[in-house]
Design a binder for this molecule. Structure first.
Ligand code: SAH
Ligand code: SF4
Ligand code: F3S
Length: 438
């Protein structure tokens, strides 16, 4: 079958979609980049905010448009919305043929065989608890790879649906993660991003606390693995040992995504985040002391139920004080089934929008300033591919995760370049090539 995969949501979903595509390819199916010619459309969904779910419904309904071949394609809908809605999804999206959960991506070929035999409404929600190891993966990009080290989440932040859609935290064994990393590097990956909802608690469920620090040091011993990144680092579990391992590791990048969510201790408690602003600031200081030049990014939510103007101002003050390189900012979205959704929500939509705007404005000033600081510096850029401006211009990232565009003749994708920064915007830098870094 000719299949097409559409992915909504986070990096974990992107990694899961690579497993879906890899398994289908290994079973002899073929991938297309054109949904109109696909005989099978696989949609990997996100339930984190209402907007993500609305986009899914909009997308599925847009698929009604005439297709290039006569038969309508098989539709497989999986991931977090499928886990959240379960059988109610048949009602919401009756055109769906296969529903699969967040741990059944590798079972799609079997479901297709069942559909081919005439079975309808195939349900793979209860299929497995955990994805098996060593799955087929079709990477999006040969030089950069995702590597899930754990699945699920035990933190139950009061606003968040993820523990319900992805179940309890389950760490993959260290030797398996290391074997995977070596395989990825042997296939050409030079950068690996470790994935988990909370990488800092990696190993806790195996009775091996502190395993993340150990993993970072072990990855540093893999020759040709030039960069290691990781998502997401929960502030409450960021230990001194992990900070020391990051500082000591040559390939761990100087960038930590450390979601703050809110600057008020009352809101942080109501969110069940497990830290106070002071605790968070302590960890930021420890990171900055141990890793000179470390870039910090964050996630922030405005308009949590009951958030007062004063409490929102505490978020603004914290953001200014911490001076992030970048931030993802969200308006709180009540998720059915979460404790926060039961709280009375006195904050009006208008207020939420105003707060979001204020926060974005502040952060773009800080991001501008962070970019300006690069002017004149020579940085190592890992080149991802041609920039949107065309083949003569290339785009890549610094170790601190800043986007750099630079013009250069020749083929640069997948290579490391030394680039002098000559221009700075809010979200990206421009520069001129000094030469390759082998
Ligand atoms: N495990 C990661 C976050 C995964 S969700 C962590 O804890 O850092 C990514 C981000 O989406 C969160 O950090 C949060 O800022 C945002 N988010 C999650 N649930 C949300 C909700 N109900 N409304 C608005 N934003 C939400
Ligand atoms: Fe959601 Fe909190 Fe878990 Fe992140 S740590 S996935 S925000 S419950
Ligand atoms: Fe969305 Fe599920 Fe990721 S809800 S953010 S796709 S874990």
């Amino acid at each position: 079958m000719l299949f097409y995969v559409r992915t909504f949501g986070c990096q974990m979903n992107k990694a899961d979609s690579e497993v879906a595509a890899g398994t289908l390819l290994a079973a002899g199916h073929l991938e297309t980049t054109d949904p109109a010619e696909a005989e099978l459309i696989v949609i990997n969904t996100c339930a984190v905010r209402e907007h993500a779910v609305d986009r899914l419904y909009g997308y599925v309904n847009s698929l009604k448009s005439p297709l290039k071949h006569n038969q309508s394609p098989l539709l497989a809908v999986g991931g977090c919305v499928a886990e959240q809605k379960r059988s109610a999804l048949w009602k919401d999206l009756p055109q769906t043929d296969i529903i699969f959960g967040t741990s059944a991506f590798h079972l799609l070929p079997q479901a297709i065989d069942r559909a081919a035999k005439g079975e309808t409404r195939i349900d793979l929600l209860q299929a497995t608890e955990l994805l098996p190891d060593h799955l087929h993966v079709r990477p999006e990009d040969p030089w950069r790879a995702w590597l899930p080290i754990s699945r699920g989440c035990n933190n139950f932040c009061s606003y968040c649906v993820v523990p319900y859609t992805r179940g309890r935290e389950a760490s993959r064994a260290l030797d398996i993660v290391l074997t995977d990393a070596k395989t990825l590097v042997a296939r050409g990956a030079r950068e690996i991003t470790l994935l988990g909802q909370n990488v800092n608690s990696y190993g806790n469920d195996l009775g091996e606390p502190g395993l993340f620090a150990h993993l970072l040091s072990s990855l540093d011993d893999i020759p040709d693995l030039r960069r290691v990144r990781f998502l997401t680092s929960h502030p409450k579990d960021l230990s001194p040992a992990t900070i020391a391992a990051l500082a000591a590791s040559a390939n761990a990048c100087e960038h930590v995504h450390l979601p703050l969510q809110a600057g008020s201790d009352r809101i942080l408690t109501a969110m069940n985040r497990g830290y106070t602003l002071d605790k968070y600031l302590e960890r930021v200081e420890a990171l900055r002391a141990a890793i000179p030049g470390v870039a910090l990014s964050t996630d922030l939510i405005v308009g949590f139920p009951g958030e007062t103007e004063e409490e929102f101002n505490e978020t603004l003050a914290a953001v200014e004080r911490i001076n992030y390189d970048s931030a993802y900012t969200f308006i709180y979205s009540p998720r059915p089934g979460t404790p926060a959704a039961e709280l009375p929500d006195e904050v009006s939509w208008r207020t939420k929008e105003t707060r979001l705007r204020q926060l974005i404005e502040l952060q773009s000033t800080l991001s501008d300033r962070a970019c300006q600081a690069y002017l004149g510096r020579v940085v190592e850029v890992f080149v991802i591919g041609p920039s949107r401006r065309g083949e003569v211009s290339w785009t890549g990232r610094t170790r601190t995760n800043k986007i750099v565009n630079f013009p250069a003749a020749g083929a640069w994708a997948g290579r490391f370049a030394s680039v002098r920064i000559t221009g700075a915007g809010t979200a990206s830098l421009t520069g001129s090539l000094c030469g390759p870094i082998e």
